[in-house]
Design a protein around this ligand. Structure first.
Ligand SMILES: [Zn+2]
Length: 347
């Protein structure tokens, strides 16, 4: 059996990720084998490297769920895709086809869903096995590296467009200037927001500056600036129409509840396992809509790929580093420390 290099998480302990030789995957009748052209490093990969993830991981597992590749083999029951097709893949690697959520097209919310890079082997390798139902074609104008960023763009589209309701002229606040927050700020502007305030902490300065060139009209540092006053001054004094919470700590909900206007909306896409220790009575007092956002589904992928193809969505300002697979570690470190916004590995 032939082998390939892969970035593998081999245990749940801290720092249990390394480059290993693993077998090239075999495919089933409904799968394709992809030669990986680009795979994005996600904050979740960095968490798994640190052993700080709040989701279950089956080890050993090849990391990587944001990827683009070329079809090199097709299972006998696959129709619609052939060798040589350049594609991206959705992330719900396994779903229950009969669950009520799947039957209504919301397989992203199927509670039995299993994903690449934590339950099943992902794409930080030369090859990855992908069920054909997950595939989407990549427009010819989109490079491999940018195609590998389709997934985070879909997360942002789902949070900002599907799960938030932004109207022209709205004052929108995005908390957390990681890749998802930056893409949400950009998407909010595309969706008609009048002003977009991107909020981070002092060590996020570089990312806030990128955000100002990428859709945000204002940037604020919660550790230095009076963000509440800024939001009051920018709008009509009542607060933000929509808050998109893309921070990795759930305590940000407290700020969101303060900054949102009465009858406004909070869309929460950032994960944080920490329990909360404050009252959410403001949610009631202001009659705020609190909306979670998780993952994405087929129509979102098609729409985002169309936007990437036309150039309406161009995430290049976020792509700080492209590196080969053996250089995974400096990419993970750079994303953790904030010097790299998004790294893409090219196996
Ligand atoms: Zn991700």
């Amino acid at each position: 059996m032939s082998k390939m290099p892969a970035v593998v998480q081999f245990s749940l302990a801290k720092n249990s990720v390394e480059l290993r030789e693993v077998p090239v995957p075999t495919i089933g009748d409904r799968d394709v084998l992809l030669r990986v052209r680009g795979v994005g490093v996600c904050g979740s990969d960095v968490h798994q490297w640190h052993g700080s993830q709040s989701w279950s991981v089956r080890t050993p597992v090849v990391l990587g769920h944001e990827f683009c590749g070329v079809v090199t083999a097709v299972g006998k029951d696959v129709t619609g895709f052939a060798e040589g097709d350049r594609v991206v893949s959705e992330t719900a690697a396994e779903i229950d086809p009969d669950s009520p959520m799947t039957r209504q097209g919301l397989y992203n919310l199927d509670m039995k869903r299993r994903g690449f890079g934590y339950d099943l082997d992902g794409a930080m390798a030369e090859y990855v096995r992908v069920p054909a139902r997950l595939l989407h074609r990549v427009p010819a104008t989109v490079s491999d590296e940018i195609a590998a960023m389709t997934e985070p763009c879909c997360v942002a589209y789902q949070a900002t467009v599907v799960n938030a309701r932004i109207r022209p002229g709205d004052l929108v606040v995005v908390i957390g200037p990681g890749p998802i927050g930056l893409l949400c700020a950009h998407m909010a502007r595309l969706g008609g927001a009048g002003k977009v305030v991107l909020v981070g902490v002092t060590r996020d300065r570089g990312r806030l500056d990128v955000g100002l060139k990428f859709g945000a009209t204002h940037a604020a540092d919660v550790q230095k600036d009076d963000v509440g006053k800024l939001i009051t001054d920018l709008g009509d004094g009542l607060g933000a129409d929509v808050i998109i919470d893309a921070a990795g700590a759930s305590a940000s909900l407290r700020s969101a509840l303060e900054w949102v206007r009465p009858a406004g909306q909070i869309a929460k896409v950032g994960w944080g396992p920490q329990p909360l220790d404050f009252s959410i009575d403001l949610l009631v007092r202001k009659a705020v809509t609190l909306q979670g956002s998780f993952s994405h589904n087929w129509p979102v992928w098609e729409r985002v790929l169309h936007m990437l193809g036309s150039g309406q969505l161009d995430p290049r300002p976020l792509l700080t580093r492209v590196a080969r697979l053996p250089d995974w570690r400096p990419c993970f470190e750079g994303m953790h420390e904030g010097g790299i916004i998004k790294a893409v590995l090219t196996p």
